[in-house]
Design a protein around this ligand. Sequence first.
Ligand code: C5P
Length: 221
Amino acid sequence: QHQKLWNNARITITAGPTREAIDPVRYISNHSSGKMGYALAAAAARTGAQVTLISGPVSLEPPAGVTLIAVETAEQMLAATEETAMDVFIGCAAVSDYRPAEVASQKIKKEQQQGAPSLSLIKNPDVLKTIATSKQPPFCIGFAAETNNLREHALAKLDAKKLKLIVANDVSDKTIGFNSEQNAVTVYWQDGKKAFSAQNKTSLAEALNQLFAEHFFNENK
Ligand code: C5P
């Protein structure tokens, strides 16, 4: 791999799930091991990028040479991203789309409930869309986990979130994605695409890292 691929470009990557408190002992969250985002951060750092990794709660060691910012909620993830995103932003996190409208300050006791409690939710900010539609946005790359009509849904997100590239994976296939070691994806951009066959997340991250750098420098030459 080319050491100077990124020529010191500043890359911010979000990874892992967010965690939204219901009360002091409960939360809602998403499935996400953080492996893909961590592998991308490692690949970018190895190839000459200055990498900030903004991570929700995961059980992974931070990659060498990467600045880690640990967060829990979507709002914290957005704040950290707004502070650090410079040249390139890669939104790899499984951000919770909603959070409880109110966080109970004490544990909700079943003895005090009549029947089951109901949970009222409000929308979380879309971290990627907020950054990508800001005044002078970095080069923005998104991920899309889909179960059907991969191409159509990915291209709709590319457009809606004003992204340069979107990495789409089919999560209906149980052998790839989420907590799996393997992943197969197709990357879409405005007028092209590239498919990557099933491989481990480290080698996929290296291939994606290469493609991201090519597209970034193509725009910024
Ligand atoms: O809309 P959807 O969740 O499928 O979009 C996926 C992409 O948007 C991912 O790159 C994800 O990290 C990002 N996203 C985000 N904030 C949200 C929801 C999604 O940054 N609230």
